[in-house]
Design a protein around this ligand. Structure first.
Ligand SMILES: N=CN[C@@H](CCC(=O)O)C(=O)O
Ligand SMILES: [Zn+2]
Length: 414
């Protein structure tokens, strides 16, 4: 099966040399080809270039993209889309003056979602979660990381991870799974956090590794949740089972979690709304990707990750949604890049690099997706007719996607 896309107004994020991720000033460079063609063969990108060089083969399918732009699908490296029910009532509580922390301290927040999930069957959880997966595919996401962390018991954490495994099997989108058992301390371990962590290490981790249910290990390193010491313990234990660290850190307070993540070889450190100079310095010249989640800042009215300061200090940055029922009930990467430009002063080039190749790196998929390069998966966005790629973040909240392709196949938008 070969598909030719011809007359593409602009083909965005074309890379002929392999790139793992982009940092600092390089983030401002977004290579494109105007009036381009692209060939897809058996689900992979096989060729691309200027229309003047367009091959004349017998293609199984020819798509005329006149007026439209094409780019690699968004790479969303941080989500919690496997969850049960919603938390609209907490949203109203916050409008009426309660803070996110006050709600959590009153038994709401993550514990509220955990209660709902524990009471939901695996089949029902799958049905609810697949709708969110289909929703983000329509919004242009072609690779996604999904976390557990709303189970908080052995049974419910494994249930979440098995649902992720089922989604992986049934959908053409790339999915990576993360074990986030240390998301909050469940009520029955309220005064016994150490025992809860030990239960995760002794009982849950071996089963995850046996059933190959996750690639990454995560923890919410935050005042009132898990300490730097807890973080080190969990990351070490995860590593023993072959899981790579990716952590929630510096969301409300900076307590040294960034440094702990780097020390344990974290692939990414995520949230980073509160960044001290020493946290930025610690990330320089490491292989750890900082990940910003602007929709979370928007929804909770908390500070935005200081992207300008970080990129100007030479750091890379990835953008992700954090789609979850509490702090970010939205999986729209288009809104994420708009918000990164509008609120974090990232340029469209920086935001698109952060949402494609840097996001791919943050989930270990930089060789498979994230750029228009020969041999990579043909996970593609075809835009509506637009004037420039800057229109995507500019036109915030509007839908600029005509079609998406996953592994070279058009995703039918129902
Ligand atoms: N901060 C920790 N975890 C999630 C939100 C959890 C929730 O409120 O349900 C996040 O990444 O924002
Ligand atoms: Zn999160």
């Amino acid at each position: 099966m070969t598909t030719l896309f011809k007359n593409i107004k602009e083909l965005i994020q074309v890379r002929t040399e392999p790139v793992a991720f982009l940092s600092g000033k390089d983030m401002a460079i977004l290579p494109t080809i105007k009036n381009a063609f692209l060939v897809v063969e058996n689900g992979l990108i096989a060729n691309f270039g200027e229309m003047a060089e367009c091959p004349n083969n017998d293609f199984s399918e020819v798509i005329d993209a006149t007026g439209k732009m094409m780019l690699p699908s968004w790479c969303d490296s941080h989500t919690h889309i496997v969850y049960a029910g919603n938390r609209e009532s907490e949203f109203v509580d916050r409008i009426n003056g309660l803070s996110y922390k006050e709600i959590a301290n009153n038994g709401g927040g993550i514990l509220n979602s955990a209660k709902k999930l524990q009471e939901t069957s695996e089949d029902d959880l799958y049905k609810q979660s697949k709708l969110r997966l289909e929703e983000i595919i329509k919004l242009g996401t072609g690779a996604v990381e999904i976390k557990s962390g709303y189970g908080l018991t052995e049974k419910a954490e494994l249930k979440m991870l098995r649902v992720i495994k089922r989604l992986k099997k049934n959908y053409p989108i790339e999915i990576k799974a993360t074990f986030l058992g240390a998301h909050a301390v469940p009520a029955n371990y309220k005064n016994n956090k150490a025992d809860y962590l030990q239960m995760l290490i002794d009982d849950v981790l071996p089963k995850i590794s046996e059933e190959k249910l996750a690639e990454y290990i995560d923890i919410f390193c935050e005042t009132g949740y898990f300490s730097v010491e807890d973080t080190e313990l969990i990351l070490e234990a995860g590593k023993k089972h072959g899981l790579t660290p990716k952590i929630h850190v510096n969301q409300f307070t900076a307590i040294g979690g960034v440094q702990a993540g780097i020390k344990h070889g974290a692939l990414s450190v995520d949230h980073l709304e509160e960044m001290r100079d020493e946290d930025i310095a610690a990330l320089q010249n490491t292989n750890t990707m900082p990940v910003a989640l602007p929709s979370c800042s928007y929804f909770l009215s908390i500070p935005y990750t200081p992207a300008r300061k970080m990129i100007d200090a030479g750091l890379p940055l990835a953008l992700a949604t954090d789609y979850n029922p509490g702090s970010t009930p939205s999986g729209n990467m288009n809104f994420v890049i708009s918000t990164a430009c509008i609120k974090m002063k990232m340029t469209p080039e920086e935001a698109i690099n952060a949402a494609t190749i840097n996001g791919a790196y943050a989930m270990g998929l930089e060789k498979e997706v994230g750029t228009i390069s020969i041999g990579k998966q043909a996970n593609l966005i075809v835009t509506e007719p637009i004037n420039s790629y800057g229109f995507i973040p500019y036109s915030f909240g509007n839908h600029q996607i005509d079609f998406v392709y996953l592994k070279g196949k058009k995703w039918l938008v129902s």
